[in-house]
Every structure is written in C-alpha cells, then in structure tokens.
Design a protein around this ligand. Sequence first.
Ligand code: GLN
Length: 492
Amino acid sequence: MTDLHRLSIREITEGLSQAKFSSRELTEHYLKRIEKIDAQVQSFVTVTPEQALAQADAADTLRKSGMANVLTGVPIAHKDIFCTQGIKTTAGSKMLDNFISPYDATVVAKGKVAGLVTLGKVNMDEFAMGSTSESSYFGATKNPWALDHVPGGSSGGSAAVVAADLAPFATGTDTGGSIRQPASFCGLTGLKPTYGRVSRFGIIAYASSLDQAGPMARSAEDCAYLMNVMAGHDAKDSTSMEKDVDDYVANLNGTAVKGLRIGIPKQYFNVAGLDADVKARVEESLKKLQDMGATLVEIDLNMTEAYVPTYYLIAPAEASSNLQRYDGVRYGYRCENPVDLTDLYKRSRSEGFGPEVQRRILIGTYALSAGYYDAYYVKAQKVRRLIQQDFLKAFESVDVIAAPSAPTTAYKIGASLDPVEMYLGDIYTIAVNLAGLPAINAPVGFDKDQLPVGLQLIGNYWSESQLLSVVHQYQQATDWHTQRAAIAEENA
Ligand code: GLN
C-alpha cells in the first residue's frame, strides 16, 4: 500500500487488527517518508529506525498472539522534551545536546505499554520558549504548508511531522499555547488538557505550574486515541490529579453541538493585530456551529489586557528557577577549561543557553529577586487568580469559550519579530494555562496565502471529552481537517 500515511488512527487500528498490513510495513512506510521528505521540513532531531522496527516487530508478534491493545503497532513521534531512555532528549538546546535520560517520561512509558512505536524525537523551541521553533539549537523546522514559514512553537516539530504525514500523531506540551498555536499554524487538531490531567514526570520543565502535555493529530478522533494513552494520575507527579479518566474515544458523541452555549468574548475579537482573514474564518466556523445547533453568547473577559504581562512574569520566574539545575556540573553542557567555579557556571550557561532562554532567565530572576518579588511575582500571582475567576464567571453562563488560537497565521521564517511582538502573539492561549483550563485547536480554513487558520475552544475544568466531541462533530460536518499540504501528498 502506498497511501498508509493517509489513514486515520481508527483506520490504522482496523487495518492492523484485520491484518491488512503489519506494524512493520506501516513503520517502514513512515521511516521511508521521513528519509525522503524530512530534509525539506526538518522536523526530527533524532530518528530511531532500529528501535522503531524492533518495536514494530514486537507489536506484530503481540497481534498474532491476540494480546494486542487498540494502538499496538501504531507509530508516534515525541516532542524532544519528553525523556526517552536510551535516546537523546535535547529540549532543543545545546545545553542538552548530549543528554541521554536514564528513564522514560510517564507519557512515553504509557505509550510503550499501549504498544506505540516511537519513530523518533521532534524539534521544538529551546526549552519550549518561543512561538516559531526557530529558537531551537538544531535550526528551524519548516511549515509543511509553506516551507518558507514557521510551523509555530514551541511544539513546531510535532505539528510539522503530522502535517507532512511523517507520523500519524505526536505528543506536544503546552505551557502557553505550544500545542494549540502550532496546531493552528499547521492545520491540525491539538488538545491542551486540564492542568493535572497528564503526568509531567520526565518532561523537561519550563514553567511547572503551567506545563501540560497533550496530543496533536489531524482530527479530534485521532487526538482522543492518544489522550486515552496519555491521561491519568501518576504517583511520580504530585500535581497530577487522582481523578477517573474518561474513555475519550468511546465518549466522542455526534450530538455535542446541539444546545451548546458558546461564549464569544467581546475583548478577544477587538484585539489589535487580529488578522482579518483569521477573524473571518473563525467567525465562519462559529456560524457553522450555530447552524449545527449551538447558541452564541457574547461574554466579557475583562482581564484580557493582563494576560501577556502576567504570563511573561510567571513563566520566566518559574523557568529561571527550573533552569538553575543546568550548572555545568551535574549534567548538560560544560564549557572548556574553566579557570574557577564562577567561570564554569558563567560560561557553561552563557554558551549552553540561547538568547531567548537567557532573556527569560534574566527576567525571571529579576522578578523573583528580593526587592522586586512583591511588586512583580506576587502581584502577577494575584492577577493570575483574577484571570481564573474571570473564566469561572464566564462558565456560569456558557459551556465553552471560542477564540482564535493565534491572531495571525504562520509567520515567515526569519521574520525577526522582536521579543515583545512575539509575546503579544500569545494573547489567546496563555490565559488558559494561567487558569489551568483545557482547550483545543481545530482547523477552520485558510487565509489568502493558503495558510491554515485555527479555532480555539476553551472548556471548563476536566471537559476534555466535551471539547473533543464538539470538534469531532464539527469535523464530521466539514473537511478542513482532511486537507493536506502539497508535501504530504508526495509519495516516498
Ligand atoms: N510562546 C510561548 C512562550 O514562548 C509558548 C510556551 C509553551 O507553551 N511552551 O512561552
């Protein structure tokens, strides 16, 4: 079969269980595509063909013995922020260029138990800081829809592999939009779960009170399959919730939209910098949902202007603390010939971290320093609470909240946005992380340059099943999620 990469996850599982093809055939098919096509997209940091084929063979043996799980033998790509035993985990940084973790992240371990086949590790902004994947030490990943554009970030590699059909789905992490924004830029579906739904154990930490992992795929249904693997309590992550996990696939229902009250925040659609095409596509998708039986309710989210300043204090503050561990002593990059301990710290950190990471460490350290702690960090925490309360109030009268995932479509590579411009692009995603809420991106069309536009739906706590169902029903009535970039149509 030459078109295995066009199958949905459900179709793959059916094909495997009916022995229409083996996991080895499927895995070889993807490895061939990676070899041929990834030179253009540059999404992988590490490809692991030997391990993948060994896992595929083991999966095929399990299938034959009747012991397989639903996803046994399905290939996946992991963001290079998830620790993988025996395989390099770089977090997109020179600092971890040679880091091989002695253990698997819980998400990776769960994937192995489910029988997933790891194709490799994919590129990302350095330590997940950025919105373009250009801050990676390993160079920029390209957007499969237009190779001179970025795929978004920080999970840009995860988005690019799926959009180029180099993997059927991928893991991502979202601290301030890093699943939703690249999903939006690459025409994919991506879910950021409620904080505490997915274990953070073994994920290289950026901002621990905001970090959350989730699935990136073509459709809500494909995401649901991966959520079934990823979600759940983990004793190794004290912030993961001891709460029953839904069966996200079984729960997908075709009537989720009827009677759904969708909140439209006035403030969100008046943001300076909201691209006219993005606004138009998002509004059309909302009209479609209305035609399908949803009610649109105008709401207020009064804290909108506080999102960017609040996030860009809290996230760097936590990052500066988390990144202290890279001191050139225990692990990670160490400078050559240090003259003394101070020189070792200084040069290891200034040579090992790129400029965006250094900027955030500086901002965060400043915000946490004795004289400024109350004025910046404590104040930001108070505003964070107000942002959360703003959402909770909104959820008294609506079921979900609609927004663009990003004010624009994908930027040109090297557009050299200044840092503040780039931070402003996070306006629609970061409040969700500050409040710990779940949210999903769904593709809803294209701009004048044929670049994908995404709709974001924000749900109340633990409403992942609802978000997936709403998007699933929308996707049964539309075909934006089935459209493919030209490069994905290329055969290997
Ligand atoms: N653009 C956000 C940032 O730079 C993305 C963070 C994330 O979700 N990892 O902080």
